[in-house]
Write a protein that binds this ligand. Sequence first.
Ligand SMILES: CC(C)(COP(=O)(O)OP(=O)(O)OC[C@H]1O[C@@H](n2cnc3c(N)ncnc32)[C@H](O)[C@@H]1OP(=O)(O)O)[C@@H](O)C(=O)NCCC(=O)NCCS
Length: 194
Amino acid sequence: MQIIDLTCDNKAAIAQIIDFFVAAFEGRSSKNFANRENALEEIQDSFASDRISRIAIDENGTVLGWIGAIQHYEGHAWELHPLVVRGDRQRQGVGKALVADLEAQVRQRGGTTIYIGTDDESGETSLSGIDLYPNVWEHLAQIKNLRHHPYEFYQKQGYVIVGVIPDANGFGKPDILMAKRIGEPYSPLGQHLF
Ligand SMILES: CC(C)(COP(=O)(O)OP(=O)(O)OC[C@H]1O[C@@H](n2cnc3c(N)ncnc32)[C@H](O)[C@@H]1OP(=O)(O)O)[C@@H](O)C(=O)NCCC(=O)NCCS
């Protein structure tokens, strides 16, 4: 497996990504990812100058997964978006390798933090289908993975739940916020901050 930049002239890769991207989010997301046109738009957006767009490919050029990131906070923090692994190649370490590669890419650009919003729109965690107010943090502290929600995948890569946006996708459909420090906490003078 090799991880390379996804470029706009790689039509063969783009066609494969659209197929597995649409399949991965079908029935799980209201964000129209399960629509080929929107999937293509997502891919085209990933070529902007403030973005990172990387793919994992095997020795035959088959695309195994796609990861991207968007620069925010003047380059200190990057949002991981999107991440998807081909259905028949999930649970084989591709996602883990893509996240590690992305962390190296962000670190090279001087970023210190990667964060993610990972939606739960279909009862995949204990945070879904309930009113999270007013004791939001109690619900977060007791989160349970009911149906293979990816927050646990991110936890295994060192990401920590840092918050939640209740009702982000409609009542009872939250966005779970996670983050990881990927740079050393130095001051501009080179001193360790903490
Ligand atoms: C989530 C996703 C990217 C994970 O990629 P993957 O290649 O299947 O994951 P890996 O094989 O690298 O898994 C690494 C570890 O996370 C665990 N893991 C993977 N998916 C998991 C899930 N949904 N729930 C709990 N644990 C999970 C694996 O068991 C493995 O654990 P181990 O290190 O103890 O062996 C992939 O399943 C996917 O594309 N899902 C559909 C799209 C999606 O939900 N994207 C995320 C949107 S925020």
